[in-house]
Write a new protein. Structure first.
Length: 365
């Protein structure tokens, strides 16, 4: 299951000659860098980040030439929607073919019925919140790629969040969002070539939530890794700091992949806390020549407690994939908590669980 997305880092104006941004509206920078990542969420393998100008369109992703393995599933946001991308995914290679699941952009007008008649979205949109409508369509007037069209009406608070994000993104490009895009924000509109025997329409909406894992990855890089912050005004020092942080974050991702990726209920935030907490220990082990042992101890600690707590009102992605429905949160009292829950480390149970004891280091003469 491959998930692809991009994230933009706004840079100072002085770097516009190196990384060009949009800068279409007042108060926005003309310098920006965009990170493209393709992530196999089953194995944890990370392709990228590929660096491009901030104005680079997602439809022209550097991973366009990369093939999706036969039998694999490709997930991406509506910005990556392109008929040139759907055509190779729809072709059968041997006995298997690749699958895709993408949100349909509001600007798409080339939807046809199987008989070739033009399809108007407002006529088939479900009206009740939670109602799902599905039908087979042909995408593209000329290409005519067969796909399943799945539409779901979302609650109004979710629609307002989407409209706020559309306005923010449009302001970054110096324009206003279209009225059609604001109107269609009240529905989740998907296209996919996954057969119904493999994935029902309800299961398709659950699998779509896996795409948010890459959003959480970017959030982890920016909020905890401070990728979009720097402590200097020198243009070249800013560039060096971004590159150095990207290198450190990739090492962090490799350690997380080796440490707790086999657990579907893993917590990237807690695992990253373990890596940052013991970063100095890794540097000392590297200087002393005992790096493999230090990494082994770190991985054991990461496996001991870097898990997402189970939730009832807002189940995690792993819970929803296991079939846990959305429900109401039960009232909890202080007495119902585990007796040592207050004192638990924010990530992992500590190095004592890994059998690690710090040794007194002899002082150098």
């Amino acid at each position: 299951m491959l998930v692809e997305d991009s994230s933009t880092i706004t840079l100072p104006q002085e770097l516009a000659d190196l990384w060009q941004g949009c800068g279409g509206s007042q108060g926005t920078s003309t310098a920006a860098i965009k990170l493209y990542v393709r992530w196999d969420v089953l194995s944890g393998a990370l392709a990228g980040p590929e660096l491009r100008d901030g104005r680079h369109a997602d439809s022209k992703s550097p991973f366009n030439e990369e093939e999706v393995p036969a039998g694999g599933l490709y997930l991406a946001d509506e910005g990556f929607f392109s008929l040139h991308r759907l055509q190779p995914l729809s072709k059968r290679r041997g006995r298997k073919k690749s699958y895709y699941l993408m949100r349909l952009p509001a600007r798409t007008t080339g939807l046809l019925t199987r008989r070739g008649h033009r399809l108007l979205l407002p006529a088939i949109l479900p009206r009740r919140v939670g109602e799902i409508v599905e039908m087979g369509v042909l995408v593209g007037v000329q290409a005519r790629i067969w796909a399943r069209l799945i539409l779901e009406r979302v609650p109004e608070e979710i629609a307002e969040q989407r409209r706020a994000r559309l306005r923010e993104e449009a302001a970054d490009h110096g324009r206003a969002p279209s009225q059609e895009a604001l109107y269609l924000a009240a529905w989740t509109i998907l296209v996919s070539n996954i057969p119904r025997r493999l994935l029902t329409r309800e299961e398709t909406l659950v699998v779509l939530t896996v795409r948010w894992q890459i959003e959480r990855l970017f959030r982890l890089w920016k909020e905890d890794g401070h990728l979009d912050e720097w402590r200097t005004r020198s243009r070249w020092r800013i560039v060096c700091e971004i590159y150095a942080k990207l290198g450190a974050l990739l090492i962090q991702q490799w350690l997380i992949e080796a440490g707790c990726w086999q657990d579907p209920h893993r917590s990237l935030v807690k695992a990253a806390q373990v890596v940052r907490r013991e970063a100095n220990g890794l540097m000392i082990a590297l200087w002393e020549g005992d790096l493999p042992s230090a990494i082994h101890r770190l991985l054991r600690c990461m496996r001991s407690g870097c898990r997402i707590d189970k939730r009832q009102q807002f189940p995690s992605t792993a819970q929803r994939l296991e079939g846990v429905p959305m429900g109401k949160r039960r009232a909890t009292t202080q007495k119902s908590r585990h007796r040592d829950q207050k004192r638990r480390w924010p990530a992992g149970k500590g190095w004592d669980t890994a059998g690690y004891q710090r040794k007194s280091r002899p002082q150098k003469a």
